[in-house]
Design a binder for this molecule. Structure first.
Ligand code: GAP
Length: 444
């Protein structure tokens, strides 16, 4: 990249703020590092991505249950899961200004050193730093109980394994999926939504018989399933890859681990999802620590055992960020430069925008309002827009990724010739009869 050129990440950060996708957290008070708030369009995009996960990994399957566990969990849960001891990153401290940076991130170290133009930076010896975010519950200091905001949403599923067995009576293999917030006291939050301190995860824990061949089969199946799901967000084949973790890279619970990585423009390959073979680590440890038997009884083989867990763990916010980075397109249309988000229709925050051709013609506005109400009943993420001229409206909708713009003109009312539907990517328009409009807009 040339000096002073704005990279795609910077363009997305600016678009997110300007168009109401994502804002720095508590911005009017100076912000909070690693924390972001979703605005009106961002929250719709995030909701659509989560809904797509929920449909594909949970609702459309017979072998997966959904659940929603609490964020706060007692210390004992995290001792059992190994997080109080092992959920750590190496930290070094700058001896000049005492800022703390992750020792294993050369970029963060170089970035910090560049802030000290005059002094040569010396660093402390690395030490381990635990990422769990701690809090206390209870009315008085003496009786308050130490709790943790969950560092991964996973443990809420494992601690409910027996509840799901006893209430739903599933047979192996079966899964439990959920979506929710996780919290990590990241030493160096960075790169916008990529590394935050509060973020959302969408996960599946898929329980299987403890058998090497079954483990390999299921692991391969879920790796591909997760990758195919990610392609459904509009990624080109060459933008994603699967990469296996080296043994010293794996989390403490993983027998094998692969990441789905996205080739971030100007930055290179970055983790989007993790697929982990967790073996019996979690259920075994929770059985030991809680003294509650978390084994499974197989009616057919008359065996009792602790199941293994194959995990698909996706970051919702990384999904939002990477989807926007992939969708961001600059081209020329009608001789003019333009910017648009090439989002698939099923996740676009606004699916349809309805316009009267002219704002000052009451008959056009009335008809546009009538059709808008009809479409909105069937497609809730439909917007009405009569600001500025039609060209400006198209540009505004392109920038937020609206796939369809519906214009009501004089032919619509005078000759009953239907409306024009304009397609975002090509800019082409076609006439669609009013009676077919909703089904046309629902397709794709
Ligand atoms: N339950 C397994 C687990 O939590 P992980 O690889 O630590 O595994 C899973 O996290 C996913 O959560 C990552 O692939 C990433 O998408 C997302 N994630 C992790 N840390 C994050 C952070 N600090 N900010 C945003 N997303 C994060």
């Amino acid at each position: 990249m040339k000096k002073n050129e704005v990279n795609v990440m910077e363009k997305i950060v600016s678009l997110c703020k300007r168009r109401g996708f994502i804002f720095p957290g508590s911005e009017i008070y100076g912000g909070l590092a690693g924390i972001y708030d979703y605005g009106p369009l961002g929250v719709e995009l995030r909701h659509n991505i989560k809904q797509y996960f929920w449909n594909k990994f949970i609702a459309e399957r017979d072998d997966v249950y959904g659940m929603g566990a609490a964020i706060l969990m007692p210390e004992r849960v995290w001792e059992a899961s190994g997080h109080t001891e092992l959920f750590t990153d190496p930290l070094v401290e700058c001896k000049v200004c005492h800022a703390r940076v992750r020792a294993d991130q050369p970029d963060a170290i170089a970035e910090h050193e560049a802030t000290h133009k005059k002094e040569k930076v010396e660093w402390s010896e690395p030490r381990v730093f635990n990422l769990l975010v701690e809090s206390k519950l209870g009315a008085s200091e003496d009786t308050a109980t130490k709790v943790y905001l969950r560092g991964e949403i996973t443990q809420g599923v494992h601690v409910n394994f027996k509840n799901v067995l006893d209430s739903m009576h599933p047979k192996l293999p079966f899964g439990i999926g959920q979506i929710g917030k996780a919290f990590r006291n990241e030493i160096t939050p960075r790169d916008f939504l990529f590394r935050q301190r509060e973020f959302e995860q969408m996960e599946l824990q898929f329980y299987i018989k403890p058998d090497e061949a079954e483990g390999m089969k299921q692991f391969e199946y879920w790796k591909q399933f997760a990758l195919d799901w990610y392609y459904g967000l509009g990624f080109k084949k060459e933008s994603l890859r699967l990469r296996q973790h080296a043994p010293d890279e794996r989390a403490h619970y993983a027998k094998d681990a692969w990441d789905i990585e996205f080739n971030v423009p100007d930055m290179g390959w970055k983790e989007a999802w993790g697929i982990h073979h967790r073996g019996d680590w979690d259920l075994k440890r929770h059985s030991e620590f809680s003294k509650v038997d978390l084994s499974y009884y197989d009616d057919e083989t008359k065996e009792r055992f602790i199941p293994w867990d194959i995990e698909c763990s996706g970051g919702v916010d990384r999904g939002v960020l990477f989807t926007m980075l992939e969708a961001y397109t600059e081209d020329e249309l009608g001789g003019e430069p333009r910017t648009y988000l090439k989002l698939p229709a099923h996740i676009a925050p606004v699916r349809v925008a309805v316009f009267p051709l002219l704002k000052n013609k009451p008959e056009l506005v009335a008809k546009a309002r009538e059709l808008y109400a009809m479409i909105k009943k069937e497609i809730p993420n439909t917007n009405f827009d009569d600001n500025g001229n039609i060209g400006k409206r198209y540009r505004r909708q392109d920038e937020i990724g609206t796939p369809y713009c519906v214009t009501i003109d004089f032919d619509t009312i005078e000759q009953g010739k239907g409306v024009t539907v304009r397609h975002r990517d090509s800019g082409e328009q076609e006439r669609v009869p009013e009676t077919e409009l909703v089904s046309f807009l629902k397709k794709g």
